[in-house]
Design a protein. Structure first.
Length: 219
């Protein structure tokens, strides 16, 4: 099984609850499936550029006009996206590790998504066939920590809706969410309990991913 892990947290693991969730998830995953091929992308080491006009033209103009010839600047603008898309398309599972910032994904994660979710890289699009995936990802696992406490379908939560909508567009509907909320100990006396519950949930999610729909470890 191939897993692409994209992390958008600048803190060291001992200070980052979302990274601690990732440690629990991958610890169990490697235990159950030692054959796992894991690719880690730390967005603070491999920083994505923000979406540019040159990238827009390189990605979308050929969709409308197959004869369009991109400029050198446009070809250069898609280099990061193409490299990341290659790892994306090779994965069976995508794991996203991040904090919630200002009620949504960190800007650096949004920038990565803008780069990777591009036509003719991870999907094709046409009036005749609509959107067709070029990837083989079966599931997205979202490992999140937040200072506040959020109920299911909380209108303040723009993070999970962003992820569901963006990846649903390219045919990925299985989004597994492990959320350590209430991590601001100034306002939540049970922050440690909440963290431990989320770590346990991360382990259980790894067990589910390892066993459901991905065949036996020997395949």
């Amino acid at each position: 099984m191939n897993i692409l892990h994209v992390c958008a947290n600048p803190k060291p693991t001992e200070e980052s609850v979302s990274k601690q969730l990732a440690a629990a998830f991958f610890g169990k995953m490697i235990e159950l499936r030692p054959d796992t091929d894991l690719v880690n992308v730390d967005l603070y080491d491999e920083k994505p550029p923000f979406y540019s006009y040159e990238l827009y033209k390189r990605a979308w103009y050929p969709v409308a006009d197959e004869s369009y010839e991109p400029s050198k600047a446009e070809d250069m603008a898609i280099n990061y996206a193409a490299k990341q898309a290659e790892a994306f398309n090779d994965a069976d599972v995508l794991v996203l590790t991040m904090p919630m910032w200002n009620f949504t994904v960190p800007a650096i994660m949004k920038a990565w998504m803008d780069q990777v979710l591009s036509p003719n890289l991870t999907f094709t699009i046409s009036p005749e066939e609509g959107v067709k995936p070029l990837h083989k990802i079966k599931s997205v696992v979202l490992l999140v920590a937040s200072g506040g406490v959020y109920k299911e379908d909380d209108e303040r939560d723009a993070l999970s809706s962003q992820v569901r909508s963006a990846f649903g567009f390219i045919g990925i509907d299985d989004i597994e969410i492990v959320w350590a909320d209430g991590q601001n100990s100034l306002f939540n006396m049970d922050s440690e309990v909440r963290k431990e519950m989320a770590i346990e949930a991360a382990t259980e999610t790894a067990e589910d991913i390892a066993e459901i729909g991905l065949g036996s470890p020997d395949e």
